[in-house]
Design a protein around this ligand. Structure first.
Ligand code: URC
Length: 290
């Protein structure tokens, strides 16, 4: 039998780290989940168990905590870049690093107290390869709903089709968005806020004939307004709200009472790509080549 070691990577997944900035009397908080993943010449440990090239995942975890102390974490993109560059520049055998960070939101109650915000998460995935890097930032679980301004009709009907056509329905989704940055000198925080705002506003204002149309409009709005974005990918479950048949009870239901189904759900996914985007030469939106 002929076979050999294929692509591989290893690291510490989901380091849960909370940092408190105590400068001044008003504290600030960052609540992060950090995953590191390294690639390089790691054949020896796989083939013979020789670990002389293995930067232990425990060391990777410790590096995350130590870096957070040595310098303020700052924007998650900058923190991920610092970590990725450190691993690639410190160890000859490590040629690539990927650092994923989820930032969990807390709302301020007072100077020292916080309440957990919504389930929405800000994300980044930074890949460092040699002296190049790619930053893919985004968000997960941005839940939005509109009570009108959404239609769905004109689809083919076959003997399995039962869905009634509608010119007025609830449209709801939980947006996962990932956008790849290009260029340099990006203000990560300003860019994130602007893109989030464009996504929400476009969802709300674009009259929808399908969730697919809404998805494209949301991506296109980002392309129009944010030149620092080369490409955006959106994954949007259609959180169905079905009008309940109240006729057995002699009641009319004028789009007022809905059954909010949690599954199955339609899953609408797509991307909007700038024609002249720089090509990162690497699949950036999922973990690499597996
Ligand atoms: O916006 C929609 N797109 C679909 O593809 C679809 N399919 C479906 O059953 N309902 C919907 N809604």
């Amino acid at each position: 039998m002929a076979y050999s070691l294929g692509p591989n990577q290893y690291g510490k997944a989901e380091v849960r780290m909370v940092t408190v900035s105590r400068a001044g009397s008003v504290h600030s908080l960052q609540d992060l989940t950090v995953s590191t993943s390294l690639r390089g010449d790691l054949a020896a440990t796989h083939l013979t168990g020789d670990n002389s090239d293995v930067v232990a995942t425990d060391t990777q975890k410790n590096t995350v905590f130590a870096f957070a102390k040595e310098q303020p974490v700052g924007e998650i993109e900058d923190f991920a870049l610092r970590l990725g560059r450190h691993f690639v520049s410190s160890f000859d055998q490590i040629t690539g690093a990927r650092v994923l960070i989820d930032s969990h939101g807390w709302d301020r109650v007072n100077a020292h107290a916080f309440s957990r915000g919504s389930s929405e998460i800000r994300t980044t995935a930074v890949t460092v390869s040699g002296d190049q890097h790619w930053v893919v930032s985004g968000l997960r679980d941005l839940v939005v709903l509109k009570t009108t301004g959404s239609e769905f009709h004109g689809y083919p009907r076959d003997k399995y089709t039962t869905l009634p056509e509608t010119t007025d329905r609830i449209l709801a989704t939980a947006v996962t968005a990932r956008w790849r940055y290009q260029g340099s000198g990006i203000d990560w925080s300003t860019s994130f806020s602007a893109i989030r705002d464009l996504l929400v506003t476009t969802f709300a204002e674009k009259h929808s004939l399908s969730l697919q149309q809404t998805l494209y409009a949301m991506g296109a709005a980002v392309m129009e307004a944010r030149p620092e974005v080369a490409e955006i990918r959106l994954s949007m479950p259609n959180k169905h709200h079905f009008v309940v048949d109240l006729s057995p009870f002699g009641l009319e239901n004028n789009n007022e009472v809905f059954y909010a189904a949690d599954r199955p759900y339609g899953l609408i996914e797509g991307s909007v790509v700038r024609d002249d985007a720089e090509d990162p030469g690497l699949a950036w939106y999922t973990l690499p080549e597996f």
